[in-house]
Design a protein around this ligand. Sequence first.
Ligand code: DGL
Length: 275
Amino acid sequence: MSGAPPSGVGPASPIGVFDSGIGGLTVARAIMRQLPHESIVYFGDTARVPYGPKSPETVRRYSREISEYLVRQGVKALVVACNTATAHALPALRAALPIPVIGVVEPGARAAVAATRGGRIGVIGTQGTIASGAYERAIQAIAPEAAVLSQPCPLFVPFVEEGWLAHEATRLVAHEYLDPLHDRGVDTLVLGCTHYPLLKPLIGEVVGRPVRLIDSAEETAAELGRTLAERGLAASPGATPRHRFVASDAPEHFSRIAQRFLGTPLDHVETVTLG
Ligand code: DGL
């Protein structure tokens, strides 16, 4: 992250948040709850979702295009809400952008290390996130003695998009993915994908009560709050937030599904094509 913000950018500027699609709204929601005076410009790359199976180079290119767009919108900080984009692109974005950049992996890793009792931490995410080893590295940087057991769960994203949050098919697939982690004694499970917090009740049932489920959204919002305060970039307590939602395709679909993630309906979604 570099020093001074670009000219014209200050405490009243919005925060940029992006994801491969709609799932990152779970992070936007946590920001709205914890930092109620901050404005957000949210970009969902609905034209190119999913990022999970794509190559690191492609995800980095998409992430760079979106970040440059958000910087042009005058954002004062960037939150990479997508786990796959964080896993592949965070260092490149931090090196390239003139504003603070916060990802979801380090906050999730910190929360997992704080929660584990026996040091056996499971991580679930997209193929890309798991293959990158980003969570494993972040957890072991804080707790070198921790055992990290990872499992890609690619079918969860389409189930959530379909609204099958408690469906029998989702439960069957969840057993397939999660029983091996349960059998290997994980006591903490990182929900390392934007969509998985919506499956929390079902995942909790499948892995059993004593396993702690870690959702990095709240921890990410807390880190954003600390970063803004440290840099003198926090919105004034009297500020009225103004949020914008931008999708790269199918804004009506975005708007419909967004309610599930955000808890409230969206009245307007802009469309911007990148790339
Ligand atoms: N947003 C992605 C993530 O958190 C999940 C959806 C996708 O594969 O693009 O990893």
